[in-house]
Design a protein around this ligand. Structure first.
Ligand SMILES: Cc1cc2nc3c(=O)[nH]c(=O)nc-3n(C[C@H](O)[C@H](O)[C@H](O)COP(=O)(O)OP(=O)(O)OC[C@H]3O[C@@H](n4cnc5c(N)ncnc54)[C@H](O)[C@@H]3O)c2cc1C
Length: 455
């Protein structure tokens, strides 16, 4: 491909940097324009009181599209593998490690122990086993689910087979931990798409933390871009995507108080489909496309609670999944793996909760209360260990740093009505992909399409 092909990428998030590294390696002249002073987008690190908080992604999946892409371009990452997941269930005897291969089986065993503790529930064990047998069978042929629209929610689908509250809580926790959505809002057919073989990438079993924070992935990809003649312009906000005669012609940016145009043969937006709409304008993209995207995109909110302590709250080098709490479904004892993220002798743990609804704005006071209460329920010795809530970050559906710019299943195609304007990012992955694997897959898909068009 000719090096004279100039590609402008708006945004230095994971999707933008993956696309940039792949294209730079192919000989394109790549310019990344990033509005803020660092690369990484939502994966950037935020420092509070000397603690390094990952604002977004924590777990780097060790298999799948993102590690493959990083390896292909030669990005050097400081990966700290974590191969364990522990499980906690309300009413149980505390945290237990999940075996790598039969995690769900172990969770069910714990669930039965919890039920068996209560004599009134002992009989429910039989029902539970029967329900699981039915569910396992139904999992093998979930194509009974309608394809014409979103269809039933995963909870509605599950309730055909069980009304056991503990079992429902377990599936709720798994759903929220993996997709950040409530199972009673998440369409069942998207749930199955995500848990299918095609989306193996997004599974939680083999993962790592990145030593310099997940932003280290974007930094390493940035090194590939610059080593191949590209440039990354920080503090450079794109004000408009320019177009003429049905093609993108480049961007207008603002940097250090000055506005200027950067011409391009191809423009890639990593800002999310809604921002792409406003940058390019309805006149360029057409009314139909604009309306379709507005209707389709559904941002996913999340509550991230960061806790500091004098002693580790949880000692294994593992993440944990929790079932039966009000909001929190997962957490990571970050400094067990990356001790340098806290001042000497201090510890940092992050907790993630799915709000009461992912469809309507949060009741922020209630979300704060519920997430903090869950931390105390998980760690009754919180105060004795010198625990302190450092920050509760309420990323509502209108927050620029939501957990995903669109729900899985509400993903947007990478192509736009302008043949040389593309979207990349976590709203644009293939069906079943979410988070950073979705962003990386969207970049790979976009680059394949660009190379096919330009060759
Ligand atoms: C609390 C939390 C926990 C998470 N945990 C995980 C996890 O464990 N694993 C995982 O895989 N994912 C996780 N995610 C999701 C992950 O962080 C995102 O999926 C991923 O970072 C999205 O990347 P992206 O490519 O869509 O770009 P973004 O990160 O959205 O980057 C877009 C970039 O565009 C820039 N930009 C926007 N507008 C302009 C403009 N006009 N001009 C120039 N630049 C602009 C922004 O500044 C930003 O840098 C988590 C997210 C959150 C919030």
């Amino acid at each position: 491909m000719s090096a004279s092909k100039r590609v402008v990428i708006i945004g230095a998030g994971v999707g933008g940097m993956c696309a940039g590294a792949l294209l730079a390696k192919q000989g394109c002249s790549v310019t990344v324009c990033e509005a803020i002073g660092v690369v990484g987008g939502r994966t950037r690190t935020q420092v509070i009181d000397g603690y390094q908080l990952p604002r977004g992604a924590v777990s780097f999946q060790l298999r799948g599209v993102l590690p493959t892409l990083c390896e292909e371009v030669g990005a050097k990452l400081d990966l700290r593998p974590v191969s364990e997941m522990w499980f906690w269930i309300k009413g149980g005897d505390g945290f237990v490690p999940l075996p790598a291969k039969s995690g769900i089986g172990k969770m069910l065993e714990m669930l039965m122990q919890v039920q068996g503790k209560d004599s009134t529930k002992a009989m429910a064990q039989v029902g539970l086993q029967l329900s699981m047998a039915k569910i396992s069978q139904a999992f093998k042929s979930p194509d009974i689910i309608r394809e014409d629209d979103d269809g039933p929610t995963f909870r509605a689908w599950l309730m055909q087979y069980t009304d056991n509250e503990d079992l429902l809580a377990l599936f709720h926790a798994i759903t929220s931990a993996v997709s950040a959505l409530n199972d009673f809002e998440y369409p069942a057919r998207h749930w199955f798409a995500h848990f299918s073989g095609a989306a193996m990438d997004a599974r939680m079993d083999k993962y790592a933390l990145v030593g310099d924070g997940f932003q280290g992935v974007s930094r390493a990809l940035g090194d590939i871009i610059t080593a191949n003649g590209g440039e990354i312009l920080l503090n450079t906000k794109t004000l408009a995507i320019n177009s003429a005669d049905g093609h993108a012609t480049g961007v207008t940016v603002e940097r250090a108080g000055k506005q200027f145009d950067i011409p391009a043969d191809v423009v890639i937006s990593n800002t999310g489909p809604m921002t792409t709409l406003s940058l390019a304008g309805e006149a360029a993209l057409g009314k139909d496309y604009t309306q379709r995207i507005r209707k389709r995109v559904r941002p996913t909110p999340i509550v991230a609670t960061y806790v500091v302590s004098d002693e580790p709250l949880f000692t294994p080098r593992a993440a944990f999944l929790a079932a039966g709490l009000e909001r929190i479904v997962t957490g990571v004892p970050l400094t067990n793996i990356c001790p340098e993220w806290a001042p000497d002798g201090k510890h940092l743990t992050s907790f993630y909760g799915t709000p009461k609804s992912c469809l309507t704005p949060m009741d922020k006071d209630d979300e704060r209360r519920a997430n903090v209460a869950d931390v105390h329920a998980l760690f009754p010795d919180f105060a004795a260990k010198g625990g302190r809530i450092l920050d509760v970050q309420l990323r509502d559906i209108d927050d620029p740093d939501v957990v995903a710019r669109s729900w899985p299943g509400h993903n947007v195609p990478v192509e736009t009505p302008l043949p040389n304007l593309f979207n990349v990012g976590d709203a644009c992955g293939p069906d079943g992909f979410i988070a950073t694997p979705a962003a990386a897959a969207s970049a790979r898909n976009t680059v394949n399409k660009i190379l096919a068009k330009l060759s």
